[in-house]
Design a protein around this ligand. Structure first.
Ligand SMILES: CC(C)(COP(=O)(O)OP(=O)(O)OC[C@H]1O[C@@H](n2cnc3c(N)ncnc32)[C@H](O)[C@@H]1OP(=O)(O)O)[C@@H](O)C(=O)NCCC(=O)NCCS
Length: 190
């Protein structure tokens, strides 16, 4: 069980729960086709974003049991802008697995924000959920996402070829992972 504090702080960011006031900024992100290039879904309408936001607020604000997801808004400390989200899904109890993910506004790509915002998720997974292994999955063409996971200290474990049919084409999926013992070793190395 993990209930996040009001704010999780990193050097340049706050992570916090979503609120209804995030609708405009979330819509600005999720209505952009380029954001969805390597996601399962397509760009969303304002009504679809509103439904997604309502669901996040109602069901994705804590990790109570395996199967739950926690989605946190990523806020820049310097401007107060909500620039995207990071998520962690508690995949399995018996196997102690979790998965992380992230989606940012294109104006804020390439500044290390996804990596910075994801580090607290690994801490939550390993220290709060007592995860044994955390994964990240991506379309093999999504090089920026692969870089984020590599910079987090995760190993590329799998490259499945044409294993998923997404938005009208066969796509290849890459899986990165990190074990609890690897995270502890990396963390203590500074
Ligand atoms: C994936 C995503 C979250 C990355 O966010 P970000 O804040 O730019 O990530 P970071 O700045 O922490 O790191 C990005 C790394 O990828 C590199 N990169 C960016 N675009 C790249 C590209 N087209 N090809 C190769 N590398 C790329 C950057 O140089 C950086 O690496 P470096 O630090 O070694 O220079 C962002 O692109 C995004 O939100 N994309 C749309 C949603 C998405 O695809 N989410 C992931 C689903 S698996």
């Amino acid at each position: 069980m993990f209930v996040p504090p009001d704010k999780i702080e990193t050097d340049r960011l706050w992570l916090r729960a979503f609120t209804p006031a995030d609708l405009d900024e979330l819509h600005d992100i999720r209505s952009r086709p380029e954001v969805h290039t390597y996601l399962y879904g397509e760009a969303l309408t304002r009504d679809e974003v509103k439904a997604k936001l309502d669901e996040r607020i109602a069901k994705m604000s804590r990790l109570t049991q395996p199967g739950d997801s926690l989605l946190l808004a990523v806020v820049r400390k310097d401007t107060g802008a909500m620039i995207g989200d990071v998520n962690i899904e508690w995949l399995s109890g018996p196997h102690q697995q979790a998965e992380i993910g992230y989606v940012l506004h294109p104006d804020h790509y390439g500044k290390g924000f996804a990596t910075e915002a994801s580090r607290p998720l690994l801490r939550i997974a390993f220290e709060e959920l007592k995860a044994h292994r955390v994964i990240g999955r991506l379309d093999a063409r999504n090089e920026a996402s692969g870089r984020v996971l590599a910079k987090l200290g995760m190993r590329k474990e799998a490259h499945f070829v044409d294993n998923e049919f997404v938005k009208g084409e066969w796509c290849s999926e890459v899986v990165y992972a990190i074990l609890a013992r690897e995270w502890v070793a990396r963390d203590s190395a500074g």
